[in-house]
Ligand binder design. Structure first.
Ligand code: SF4
Length: 72
């Protein structure tokens, strides 16, 4: 399972961090930490453990901007 975040949609409000803190975090500037990990507009994670699936699905559900996709 991978997480894909459209950083052009994300507004850095952090709802995903509350749902899946083991995957999502905000940096010291209050930005989604994934922004620092890619030069592009899209962040694609490495393979995440299946144990995180419920939390990641909840994060995708609560994201107000529908910026999170899950790829199996
Ligand atoms: S919930 Fe969505 S819009 Fe908010 S920080 Fe997370 S990815 Fe960005």
């Amino acid at each position: 399972m991978k997480v894909i975040v459209d950083l052009t949609q994300c507004a850095d409000h952090g709802q995903c961090v509350f749902s899946a803190p083991e995957v999502f975090s905000l940096d010291d500037d209050g930005k989604l930490a994934f922004r620092a990990q890619t030069d592009g507009d899209t962040y694609i994670s490495g393979d995440l453990d299946e144990s995180m699936r419920d939390d990641v699905e909840e994060a995708a559900d609560v994201c107000p901007l529908q910026a999170i996709e899950i790829e199996d």
